[in-house]
Design a protein around this ligand. Structure first.
Ligand code: PEP
Ligand code: MN
Length: 343
C-alpha cells in the first residue's frame, strides 16, 4: 500500500500526512509529487528540491520516535534522479506521460543506471501495453533490480465516467506477458473522484493485483492538484476498512472450483473449434465471391448479421457491447482470411 499527497505543497502538509500514515500498518510507502507534469502550462508544477529536504527532516523526526518512513516521488529527468539520490530516497516512479515517450524513458533509465532505486512504472495514457512493457524493459536493461508496474488507467474517448478508464484487460495482459512484475493499482487517477475509489480499489483486489497507490491529503478540498480524488488520512482508513482483501492463489484445493474450471476449459475448447470451422467457411466464401466477382466486404450483409447477433444476445441475456466487440473481431478476422484466400 502506497499512499500520500498528489503533490507536496508545504512542509506542514507533508508532515501531517506522513505522521498520519505512519500510524497505519498497511501503508509501506508515502508517495508525494515533487515535480508535477502538467498537461497544460500555468498550473502548480511542484516545489522541487525543498520538498526533498522536508522528507529527510520528517523521516529524521519520526526516527526519533522509533518510526520509519519511506518516501517516493516521480522522476522525469536526469536532474530529478540526481536530487532524489542526494536526499536518499529509495523509490521513484516514472509518470504516465514519460512512459509514453521511449526517448524520455531511455534518457531517464540512463540516469538510473547503477543506482539501487526501486522503480515504479506507470502505464502510458494510451492503452498500449507495449509502451508499458517497453519502459519496464528499459529499466531492466540498465540493471534495475526492483521494478514494479502501476496501473493508473487510460485516456480513452469513452471514459465510462472514470477520469482514466481502467481497461482491466491491459494490466491483465501485462500480468500474462510479465508474470514476475508486481502490479500496483492507482485507483485515485483511475477514478478521478473520491466516490469512485472504493469500487476501483475493490475491482483491483478482486482481480488479484498486488497493491494500491492512493492519494491522501490533509485537506483535499484545498489541494493544489487533484483535489477531487484525494482523501483525508481518515478517509483512507475508512476505505481500507470497507475493502475485502483476496487471496491471489487458492491455498486450499476447492473441489467445486476445480470442476467449474474444467467446465470452462471444455467450453473454451468448443469455442476455439467453432471459430476454426467458421473461418474455414469464410475461406470457401472467398472463393465464391471471387468467382462471382464480388467485393470481399459486404456492408449490408455485415450490418444485418450484426443486428441479428445483437438481438439474439438480448434473448440470451448477454451484454450487447460485449457481443458487438466479439463479432467485430470475428468479422475482421474473416475479412482478413478472405483477403488472403482470394490470393
Ligand atoms: C501522479 O501520480 O501524481 C501523476 C501525475 O500520475 P500520472 O503520471 O499517472 O498521471
Ligand atoms: Mn495526482
Amino acid at each position: 500500500m502506497i499512499a500520500g499527497p498528489c503533490s507536496v505543497e508545504s512542509r506542514e502538509q507533508l508532515r501531517a500526512v506522513a505522521l498520519a500514515l505512519t500510524e497505519m500498518p498497511e501503508v509501506s510507502m508515502v508517495r508525494c509529487g515533487v515535480w508535477k507534469p502538467r498537461t497544460r502550462p500555468g498550473g502548480f508544477e511542484g516545489l522541487g528540491e525543498p520538498a526533498l529536504r522536508w522528507m529527510v527532516d520528517i523521516a529524521q523526526e519520526l526516527a526519533q520516535d522509533g518510526k520509519t518512513i519511506e518516501f517516493a516521488c516521480e522522476v522525469a529527468r536526469q536532474e530529478h534522479v540526481e536530487l532524489v539520490l542526494k536526499y536518499g530516497l529509495k523509490c521513484v516512479w516514472i509518470g504516465a506521460r514519460t512512459t509514453a515517450s521511449p526517448f524520455m524513458v531511455q534518457e531517464l533509465t540512463e540516469a538510473l543506471r547503477g543506482t539501487d532505486l526501486t522503480v515504479l512504472v506507470k502505464n502510458a495514457p494510451s492503452p498500449d501495453v507495449r509502451l508499458w512493457m517497453g519502459a519496464i524493459e528499459r529499466c531492466r536493461q540498465v540493471g534495475m533490480k526492483e521494478v514494479m508496474a502501476v496501473h493508473r488507467g487510460f485516456d480513452v474517448f469513452k471514459n465510462g465516467g472514470y477520469r482514466n478508464h481502467p481497461l482491466w484487460e491491459v494490466p491483465i495482459e501485462l500480468r500474462r506477458a510479465m508474470p514476475e512484475v508486481p502490479i500496483i493499482t492507482d485507483p485515485s487517477h483511475i477514478a478521478g473522484r473520491r466516490e469512485l475509489l472504493e469500487e476501483v480499489a475493490q475491482s483491483a483486489l478482486d482481480l488479484g493485483f498486488d497493491g494500491l497507490m492512493i492519494e491522501v491529503h490533509p485537506h483535499p478540498e484545498e489541494a493544489l492538484t487533484d483535489g477531487q480524488q484525494q482523501v483525508t488520512p481518515n478517509g483512507l482508513k475508512e476505505l481500507l476498512g470497507s475493502l475485502t482483501f483476496r487471496q491471489t492463489e487458492s491455498v486450499v484445493a476447492d473441489e467445486e472450483l476445480r470442476l467449474l474450471r474444467s467446465r470452462i476449459d471444455r467450453i473454451d475448447d468448443q469455442l476455439l473449434r467453432l471459430l476454426a470451422s467458421r473461418l474455414e467457411v469464410s475461406e470457401k466464401i472467398a472463393q465464391v465471391k471471387a468467382r462471382d466477382n464480388l467485393a470481399v466486404f459486404q456492408p449490408k450483409r455485415w450490418d444485418s448479421l450484426l443486428q441479428q447477433r445483437l438481438s439474439e444476445a438480448i434473448d440470451l441475456g448477454l451484454e450487447q457491447e460485449f457481443v458487438k466487440e466479439i463479432f467485430e473481431k470475428i468479422h475482421a478476422e474473416s475479412v482478413r482470411v478472405q483477403m488472403n484466400a482470394k490470393g
